[in-house]
Design a protein around this ligand. Structure first.
Ligand code: GUN
Length: 299
């Protein structure tokens, strides 16, 4: 069956909108975009459009490619100190002359809706509660939970070891009592590891997986986004080599997420949830936020 991220995301967006409507003081997401990365521009535009459709305030600070690191950090400090801004996101990747660690370290952890800061990542790694869970892994778990995919005790193979997806996904899967394997470009005999997986989360950004490498009835979550030779968006699953159409792929797997329409919309929804949470933090600390519980968000 299809892991229909678009459908699940739309349902969640409606619920988030109702919650935002109730707030007199709206959440406010500030995004910093440095440079001319075309994909980043599209992602940022989508985030802004989605936020505004929910009544969430959004500010995008666009800076030229040659902006000095210090200037970006000054912008972050200003946003940290702005009481109206509840959430800060610095779009990655940054231009090469900027040290991304210095940028991330400048963000107030209480506004770090990406879960990039050492405080939040450290909390995630040690089993403490971060202020926010990382958006893509959180979106994937919401998608798997929606379809009642069991995680506890399962062999989960994660392809990719990025700070944005692979590593935090592994930590969150461990917390859900999965047995986790992280594979990457230097992994030996990746095929045997993929074959043993009950759930695969593929975040390679290249068409590295063939359907027949995966055991029948496994769950395949495709995080990859790349363009094929015709410019069409595709994921990490090179299904065209084994099947004629995606319906055949869907019946081969236990569950599979398409690209586009799978993890992408869930990531945006997850960011919107974190932005709502950024405004609700004081309510949550009192343990009274039933909305997040009602949608199954583990906080
Ligand atoms: N670039 C690609 N994915 C992400 C993300 O989740 N957050 C940020 N800040 N940048 C990204």
């Amino acid at each position: 069956m299809l892991l229909d991220g678009k459908k699940v995301a739309n349902e969640l967006l409606e619920k988030i909108k109702l919650e935002v409507d109730k707030l007199e003081d709206k959440p406010h997401l500030a995004v910093i975009l440095v440079g001319n990365d075309e994909a980043s521009k599209i992602y940022v535009r989508n985030k802004k459009r989605t936020a505004e459709s929910l009544g969430i305030k959004s500010t995008v600070i666009e800076l030229p490619e040659d902006t000095e690191e210090k200037v970006v950090i000054d912008h972050i400090h200003k946003l940290n100190n702005d009481n109206d801004v509840s959430a800060i996101l610095v779009q990655m990747p940054l231009p090469k002359h900027i040290n991304k660690d210095n940028i991330i370290n400048a963000i107030d952890p209480k506004k770090d809706v990406d879960c990039f800061t050492p405080e939040n990542v450290g909390k995630l790694a040690t089993g403490q509660k971060p202020y926010f869970y990382p958006v893509t892994p959180q979106g994937i778990l919401l998608l798997l939970d929606y379809y009642n995919v069991e995680i506890e005790g399962k062999n989960v193979v994660i392809i990719g070891r990025s700070n944005i997806v692979g590593k935090p996904m592994a930590l969150m899967m461990l917390k859900r009592n999965a047995t986790v394997t992280i594979c990457h470009s230097k992994t030996q005999d990746i095929e045997s590891k993929i074959k043993a997986a009950d759930i695969i989360v593929s975040a390679a950004g290249k068409k590295v997986v063939r359907c027949k490498m995966v055991k029948n009835n496994a769950v395949f979550v495709d995080v990859g986004i790349s363009r094929d030779t015709h410019g069409k968006l595709t994921g990490d699953l090179n299904w065209e080599l084994d099947f004629n159409n995606f319906n055949e792929v869907v019946s081969y797997f236990g569950r599979v997420s398409p690209v586009p329409g799978g993890v992408g919309p869930m990531t945006i929804v997850s960011l919107m949830l974190n932005t709502l949470l950024s405004k609700n933090m004081s309510i949550l600390s009192l343990g009274t936020c039933s909305f997040f519980e009602s949608i199954g968000l583990s906080l």
